[in-house]
Design a protein. Structure first.
Ligand SMILES: Nc1ncnc2c1ncn2[C@@H]1O[C@H](COP(=O)(O)OP(=O)(O)OP(=O)(O)O)[C@@H](O)[C@H]1O
Ligand SMILES: Nc1ncnc2c1ncn2[C@@H]1O[C@H](COP(=O)(O)OP(=O)(O)OP(=O)(O)O)[C@@H](O)[C@H]1O
Ligand SMILES: [Mg+2]
Ligand SMILES: [Mg+2]
Lengths: 207, 233, 238, 233, 207
């Protein structure tokens, strides 16, 4: 089982409850704005503590309230592409990209800097500071940073929202390669039906 | 140089040693205190906060007197340092450094705290998901983002300790070559009719030292901001 | 309520070491039905600079003659009113618990008495008490042996505090200070001849406008006033 | 209250008046200077920066002496104030407030500057596109976002001016009911044998005052942050 | 003529040049990531000064290098929905929404708070602080804040990128109403062909 998630959390006066188990390599989270998609990813990444339940991904239990298991985020190695980018403002694009790569154990460094940079079309940005990037440029750097960190699984929160069609296509191909060649499980949040149908083996509807 | 006599150069050198050591020792302490005040939920932390502010609120002679009671050869902390580490502070430059450090502490804590307060913690969270431990996150994200505050703390602390007088003279007296820093030398000159020219020269040296610290810090801040580019507005 | 209101007593700028005695004298004066003088205590040097800067006050009491001389040269005091208010003497103090008295005489072994520790005194290059102390030790021929062992404080009280806390084994202070502190004892008194006379000059300031001032000055110098100072260990005007 | 005598209560009231007036007058000045240092490209602004730091670097007695030369009855600024506005500072509480304000200035400027530095100017830009003038943007966006620094400046400045001694006694003497603030009363008590209990009581009052300022500022900061909610990390 | 724009600016070592004149009520800006769409909007809003050229919108000249005209942003009243949201962090959602509304002259306050709030589906968020909003919630508040400020024209930088299909539809209807009933000219940046075709009378391709 790639994914076995059953958690709930109280946020802004509402209960957000998510439950799914699937063997698909890519699971898509779907649902209206504010329904709890980002909150779900945060619980899986270890950034928001669920009130109850358990999270098991690719055979490893990350959280289990009853068993008292709660791995630290850095132990989960989750490869989170945030909805709001979060590039480190004091580091160049290059240092942002290599931040997680330098921390990853050798055997998980499956992607090389120049390969990722080529796919994302950000060669010319390597020495820039994040503050000077356009919206789509920043989004691509954020994707690159996450992929280079050698994650055990990926959490992608609308990673392509501010990219044009041809860029989207290139990056989708990269994600597909990661899915197929490295068999890294992916949870993917998107509003784009086409994207979701192309990538995901399983669609979870939140409400 | 002719501007200052050899004795006066010695005073300048002593001042630099005392302030430099004081600031370098107090910097990590300030950071730790600022961290506790800003990032933890310790129940009684308002008292820690108040304690840190004491050297600012109390007249310096009172702080010096307190240091004497605590760190004098007959004070509890003084005895401990002497017995355990073989360090004596009374009438020594080490004591002057302690006094300067204590007086600089509240300013340094506040500057660092203001910077910590301004850090967007989402960057720290992002670093954790990229595999950084708490400590690695601190070194690679928190500390560099707090750099403006750390530099401000260094400048404020250095200036404050270069100018420290009341606590020092009360605690470790005015011993040439040990505790007679610039302000104590200036004070001595002020007591003598006609000492104004000496006062002026030594004051100019103090100003030059702090100006140098200022320029260095501004340069570092600007270097840290390099590559940023903004809007016309 | 400002000090330059005429309803108030004269404004007296006095050396900090005069505080207790002068407070008592002012109380006695007020008890006679006069408005109480306004007393401001600080270092003699600071007060002299304030007067030089045009501050309006009535009386100045300095802890030594130098700052009074400075004001006299600048024509800021009324020369004929200048007088010696009180005198003082210089003593060697030790913590109450420590060894027996020292005979202070030419060549006495002060360095040995210090036993490698420091001699507390007021700043020998600036503050009056420090300068008198240095003079005395020089004339007794022992200055060279202790010159590097001085711990000098901002004023006499700080030096006294060091001895009182046993941070220094010996200190040079005024007799008036030694009387006041129960934790120290007088180990010896410096001969009057070993240093310039310790006098506290007083003078009326040129800017004085308050009518009561002269009467208060006269009271301080009168036998009644002098008796109050004597109670606090000061010697009489000479 | 029995803890303090009527005279001592008067000292406390005077200290509060002096510090309160000093801080309120210096706050806008500090903000203006911080703004110039942080937001403008004035060519010689490093000298303004150095000038602001002077009261920190120089021994307080030197600052007091400088004030005396400038603002004394014979000083140029003192003459101007007396002739034009009928204000005299010598031996008056107004002079004590000036001294306290000058000594607090460098701390306040730095705290505000650190906050200004941390403000993301994109919010100001957004306000302009929504129709806000420069001044409106300043009041509704910049100032509230700089509030942590302003509060820190108030606390630091208040504490510093409550503890101010050297510059005050040198500039405006030690006149009861006019310039004898808490630190000067403490100094006066220290001159009297057995004055330690008075010293201790007055020091406790100083501490209580600054603790009150601290608590108030922490409360305001917390109120400003209300509604924010964060992550577990 | 609704739009007459001809400007260029040097940014990140490249010249960004834009030239278009159109009578359409909605002009769409199209182009790859980093091509200069946001920079163009910034020049029109008065946030980035062009190196040369002129900008005239709805008959009013906002910028003209040669004539020395350069209106302040607050004089342009441009209604800019930023790509990065920029909600004021110290104000509640309600105060964010009313920020520009309070500053607008009476006759330009064409939209009422409750109407906008209803269309955007943010009634339940009015007392929240921006930091606690989800990505799509923040985007809706930002749109509301801009519309309520009574702009003379609108600059919308991917305003619907993180919204689901049904939300998108509702907001598109609101934008269409503004376009038709208030005849406010709109410059619209989007990667979504469908959105652009529905709204725009003229598509400008940047490269
Ligand atoms: N503040 C800045 N300083 C320097 N260069 C910048 C700055 N902002 C943007 N740039 C650069 O200017 C170019 C145009 O950027 P702009 O933001 O206009 O692109 P865009 O068309 O909006 O792209 P996207 O679709 O990715 O948002 C890019 O190469 C970008 O890196
Ligand atoms: N830090 C926070 N504090 C309090 N409430 C929050 C916080 N973050 C999000 N919420 C609330 O929790 C709910 C779920 O938010 P979440 O970000 O998970 O939504 P989402 O499904 O990702 O929406 P979107 O598609 O708009 O990004 C929303 O009602 C939101 O307002
Ligand atoms: Mg979300
Ligand atoms: Mg853009």
């Amino acid at each position: 089982m790639s994914f076995d998630v059953d958690v709930s959390v109280r946020r802004a006066g509402r209960d957000i409850a998510v439950q799914f188990a699937s063997d698909a390599r890519v699971v898509a989270l779907f649902g209206a704005s504010g329904v709890g998609k980002t909150s779900t990813l945060e619980m899986i990444a270890g950034l928001l503590q669920p009130d109850r339940g358990h999270i098991t991904i690719a055979g490893k239990t990350l959280f289990d309230k009853e068993a008292g298991i709660n791995l630290l985020p850095e132990q989960r190695a989750c490869g989170y592409v945030f909805q709001d980018g979060r590039l480190f403002p004091h580091l160049t694009v290059r240092d942002n990209l290599l931040y997680g790569w330098k921390l990853a154990p050798e055997h998980r460094r499956s992607l090389a800097l120049d390969v990722a940079v080529g796919f994302l079309g950000i060669e010319h940005l390597l020495h820039r500071m994040p503050r000077t990037l356009s919206g789509g440029e920043a989004q691509r750097v954020a994707i690159g940073r996450t992929l280079l960190a050698g994650p055990r699984f990926l959490l992608m929160d609308e990673p392509l929202s501010s990219l044009d069609a041809s860029r989207r296509d290139g990056i989708m191909r990269l994600i597909e390669r990661i899915r197929d060649e490295l068999s890294i499980p992916i949870i993917y949040v998107s509003h784009d039906r086409a994207e979701v149908e192309r990538l995901a083996g399983c669609v979870i509807e939140l409400d | 140089m002719d501007f200052l006599s050899a004795d006066e150069w010695a005073v300048v050198a002593l001042s630099l040693k005392v302030s430099g050591v004081a600031i370098m020792l107090v910097l990590p302490v300030s950071f730790a205190i600022a961290w506790v005040l800003e990032r933890t939920r310790l129940p009684g932390k308002i008292f820690l906060d108040a304690l840190v502010h004491l050297p600012l609120v109390l007249p310096p002679v009172v702080t010096g007197w307190g240091l004497l009671l605590l760190f004098g050869n007959n004070g509890p902390a003084g005895r401990f340092l002497a017995d355990m580490l073989g360090i004596t502070l009374m009438f020594r430059w080490t004591g002057a450094a302690l006094a300067a450090g204590v007086m600089a502490l509240p300013l340094m804590v506040r500057a660092i705290r203001l910077s910590l307060e301004g850090i967007d913690q989402r960057f720290e969270v992002a670093a954790r998901t990229l595999g950084a431990s708490r400590w690695k996150t601190f070194r690679s994200i928190t500390l560099p983002l707090a750099m403006p505050g750390v530099l401000a703390a260094l400048v404020l602390g250095f200036a404050r300790s270069i100018g420290e007088f009341g606590a020092t003279i009360t605690f470790v007296s005015n011993v040439p070559e040990e505790t007679r820093t610039l302000p104590l030398a200036i004070y001595t000159a002020l007591q003598v009719p006609g000492g104004e020219s000496t006062v002026t020269r030594l004051a100019l040296v103090s100003i030059a030292l702090s100006l140098a610290a200022l320029v260095a810090s501004e340069w570092l801040v600007r270097r840290g901001r390099q590559g940023e580019s903004g809007h016309v507005l | 309520s400002a000090p330059n209101e005429t309803a108030k007593g004269p404004v007296v700028l006095a050396a900090a070491s005069m505080q207790e005695a002068l407070d008592a004298a002012a109380d006695a004066w007020a008890d006679k039905g006069h408005p109480r003088p306004v007393l401001s205590f600080a270092a003699s040097s600071a007060l002299a600079r304030q007067i030089s800067s045009g501050a309006q006050a009535d009386l100045y009491i300095s802890a030594d003659t130098r700052w009074m001389d400075v004001l006299a040269q600048k024509g800021l005091i009324v020369p004929e009113t200048r007088a010696v208010l009180v005198t003082n003497s210089l003593v060697l103090v030790a913590p109450r618990s420590s060894a027996p008295d020292l005979a202070i005489k030419p060549g006495f072994d002060l360095a040995a008495a210090l036993g490698g520790r420091r001699l507390a005194m007021a700043n020998p290059d600036g503050v009056p008490a420090g300068r008198y102390g240095k003079q005395a030790l020089e004339s007794l021929g022992v200055w060279d042996s202790v010159e590097t062992k001085i711990a000098s404080g901002e004023n006499v009280r700080v030096a006294l505090g060091l001895v009182s806390r046993n941070e220094a084994p010996l200190g040079i202070v005024y007799a008036t200070d030694a009387i006041a502190d129960p934790h120290v004892k007088v180990a010896g008194t410096f001969p009057d001849a070993s240093h310039a006379p310790i006098i506290y000059p007083i003078a009326l300031l040129k800017t004085s406008r308050r009518t009561e001032t002269k009467a208060f000055l006269a009271f301080l110098l009168s036998p009644d006033g002098q008796a109050i100072f004597a109670k606090y260990g000061f010697g009489g005007a000479r």
